[in-house]
Unconditional design. Structure first.
Ligand code: GCU
Length: 720
């Protein structure tokens, strides 16, 4: 571990706490974690772990601890409404800033994970009803640093918007011949598995759990959603490996989930069928699940990719996805477990000549009719866009189509289609747009509210909202993302990609956080020590704030998506998927480009949205430029809302994007000396590749469209 980068928890981030007197009050394993963190910081910075009765600068206490020191008792006794409306840090009233449940006073209703933070009479106090809250409160103080010990601050309650904040690892035990140890992994091998076995030393896993807890993540799944033969055994004879991981992450409030193969009753149980309505199948899952909980009592549940890209599923038996999900939900329910059932279901063996089949429609077509049929502990996990984590996609219409189902929204932290951790691409601005999208227009709830569910939706519906029309609102399934971590010394290959992991956890806790402020937080912690932090902060903002849009400029234009090299998905290949069975086409010809997904003349996909979006996307006059080619097939001369033509927009953005990549590298070159030389060199090496790749994208995309259209660049720049 000595050679592993501390990411956002370098020792320096604990200086403010470590150099003071801190009292920790309460019992339980997570309180012990808090105590150990404080003790470690104090050992380094000469502070004191105070004993009850001692003076303290910081008190971290469970509300049940007695006796509380005066400052903590005063906070506990504060009248109701002292901290009322205390949301988690963003505009309340919208789900993006929603805290779950209203505080009945400064302290009260904090729940399993919430805490209240105040500074009174020179003492900083964190109170929590439950140990996990104390842990999250500690990390809040870490984030504040010296600021936590300045002027008095009023009591403020903090609770996570999402109950489940989860990272999925697409890690294989065996090295897959094509996908490697980690599917879509760009950070070395797996931290859990190595060459067919468990990693053994779990130091790295513990450190990971600590980093995640500091962002607010509370769940991980430890194997790939494509469950191959070896990995299927994690459910049965290799369960001990999963239990070992659960032991390692438990001290940081993280529960372990497992991806399972829907055909396990056949592959592992020797049954002739995996039919979800078969009694023997149900009995097999029930017995297997009972063993799982006997081994891992706080096991989180199963993740399932079924009938998707070759994975087995209920369709083989003429059953629905609700039948499949409910089978597993039923056996998990007695233990409080959940099944995350993925909605990523489409025909990946499509005939490219068939223009009536639209992959973007598939998830809605399969799942929307099943709304209301899923058990309470079945969470339908929906990718944020209808296709597959492209640089720009509209929000999936499934998210608005299932008000009576627990929905989780799935993001992709690993940069499969956004530069594979070789390009700088800070994704929080994209996620923020997704979470803030309001499927029913300005008066309706946003995506964050729908993932939060229940109360948050009703609160933000105030009146006139649509989901309640259909009856009861389900509790939300939370936010899930595919992790970008591996056994790389910087965790994420590209050191700056750590910011994406950090931002994901924080947005799952407070979906309304501003991406720029979030980046500030990450920079402040990660580069807590260093010669000129302000200059470094400026440089990093210049490099990262707009990096997603820069990436968008030099890659596939106007929301059309893909155009990547098939298989590994890195770098440009405009026609790479055009004549394949995957359903991801752009239909460029000599006259125009884009996919007609209108109701009037296309695939009808726009009809999957409620108003106003159904109409906004349908009409060429109102469809946003950045999604134009996702929804419409238009001539190259079509004039965008920006005033430019489609073809000129393609040229302009590709020249500009590649130029911006070069600027990004220049900025980093000037920052040499402001960070550790090895980290600087790693980022520089990645930037060299980004600049090369951005030029390649620019030249291939521009050449392709120039050759198709014959339209010259208005500025006469060089197109090959
Ligand atoms: C994408 C990705 C696959 C992954 C799949 C999924 O298609 O390329 O590697 O398995 O998404 O989300 O299941």
């Amino acid at each position: 571990m000595t050679d592993v980068h501390p990411a956002w928890l370098p020792p320096e981030a604990f200086r403010a706490i470590g150099s003071r007197r801190t009292l920790v009050l309460g019992d339980g394993p997570l309180v012990e974690t808090v105590r150990a963190e404080v003790a470690q910081a104090c050992a380094r910075y000469d502070g004191t772990v105070a004993a009850p009765g001692d003076e303290a600068d910081l008190v971290l206490a469970l509300t049940t601890a007695t006796p509380l020191p005066p400052a903590a008792q005063a906070l506990l006794d504060e009248p109701a409404d002292a901290a009322s409306g205390a949301a988690t840090g963003a505009a309340s009233g919208t789900a993006s800033g929603a805290a779950s449940g209203a505080a009945s006073g400064a302290v009260g209703g904090l729940g399993d994970e919430g805490y209240v933070l105040a500074r009174l009479g020179g003492v900083t106090v964190v109170l929590a009803d439950a140990p996990a809250g104390l842990l999250y409160g500690l990390f809040h103080v870490v984030r504040l640093g010296e600021q936590a010990f300045g002027a008095d601050r009023p009591a403020r309650a903090h609770r996570p918007a999402m109950r489940r904040r989860m990272l999925d690892h697409w890690d294989n035990i065996d090295v897959h011949p094509v996908m490697g140890q980690v599917e879509r992994g760009y950070s070395g091998g797996s931290i859990f598995w190595r060459d067919g076995a468990a990693a053994g030393d779990l130091t790295r896993v513990r450190a990971y759990a600590r980093l995640l807890a500091a962002t607010g993540v509370n769940a991980i799944s430890v194997n790939n959603v494509n469950v191959h033969a070896t990995e299927a055994h994690l459910l049965t004879d290799r369960l001990g490996d999963v239990a070992a991981i659960a032991d390692a992450v438990r001290p940081y409030g993280i529960r372990v989930h497992l991806s399972v193969n829907f055909a396990s009753p056949i592959a592992l149980g020797g049954l002739a069928t995996a039919d979800p309505l078969d009694e023997d199948v149900r009995a097999w899952w029930a017995a297997t699940t009972e063993r799982v909980y006997a081994t891992i009592p706080d096991f989180g549940g199963y993740v399932v990719k079924a009938d998707s890209e070759g994975q087995p599923g209920p369709f083989a038996y003429g059953r629905t996805h609700a039948d499949g999900a409910n089978l597993l939900a039923g056996v998990l329910a007695p233990y409080g477990g959940v099944v995350h059932w993925r909605a990523f279901v489409y025909n990946h063996r499509q005939d490219w000549r068939d223009r009536s089949t639209d992959r973007a429609r598939a998830a809605f077509d399969h799942f929307a009719p099943l709304d209301g049929q899923f058990h309470d502990n079945a969470i339908v996990q929906v990718k944020h866009g209808p296709l597959d984590f492209q640089t720009r996609e509209p929000v999936s219409p499934v998210i608005a189509a299932m008000p009576a189902t627990r929905l989780a929204v799935e993001l992709q932290v690993t940069q499969e289609y956004t530069g594979q951790q070789r390009h700088v691409c800070y994704l929080a601005p994209m996620w923020r747009e997704v979470l803030g999208f309001r499927p029913w227009g300005q008066d309706g709830p946003d995506v964050a509210a729908l993932a939060t569910g229940g109360q948050a939706v009703s609160r933000s519906l105030a009146d006139g909202g649509r989901p309640a029309d259909g009856g009861g609102l389900a509790d939300g399934g939370g936010l899930v993302a595919v992790s970008n971590v591996g056994d790389d010394r910087y965790w994420t290959g590209h050191p700056l990609a750590q910011a994406n992991l950090y931002a994901f956890g924080r947005l799952a806790w407070v979906p309304g956080l501003d991406p720029t402020a979030l980046l500030d937080e990450w920079i402040g912690l990660t580069f807590a020590a260093g010669p000129d932090r302000e200059a470094l902060g400026r440089t990093l903002h210049e490099m990262m704030d707009g990096s997603w849009r820069t990436y968008e400029r030099y890659t596939a234009p106007l929301g059309v998506g893909f155009m990547v090299r098939p298989g590994h998905h890195y770098g440009p290949d405009v026609d790479g998927y055009e004549y394949t069975p995957w359903g991801t086409y752009h239909f460029a010809d000599r006259d125009g480009v884009g996919v007609d997904r209108t109701r009037a003349t296309g695939t009808g996909y726009t009809g999957q949205y409620p108003q106003p979006w159904s109409e906004v996307y349908e009409s060429l006059d109102t469809c946003p430029d950045e999604l134009l080619l996702f929804f419409h097939h238009v001539p190259y001369g079509h004039v965008l809302q920006s005033g430019s033509t489609v073809i000129q927009h393609i040229y302009d953005t590709h020249f500009a994007g590649a130029e911006q990549a070069a600027q990004t590298r220049l900025r980093w070159e000037k920052a040499e000396g402001l960070v550790d030389p090895a980290l600087w060199a790693r980022v520089k090496e990645r930037l060299d590749e980004q600049v090369r790749s951005a030029e390649e994208w620019r030249d291939q995309v521009n050449a392709y469209f120039f050759r198709k259209s014959g339209v010259p660049d208005a500025h006469g720049r060089r197109i090959h």
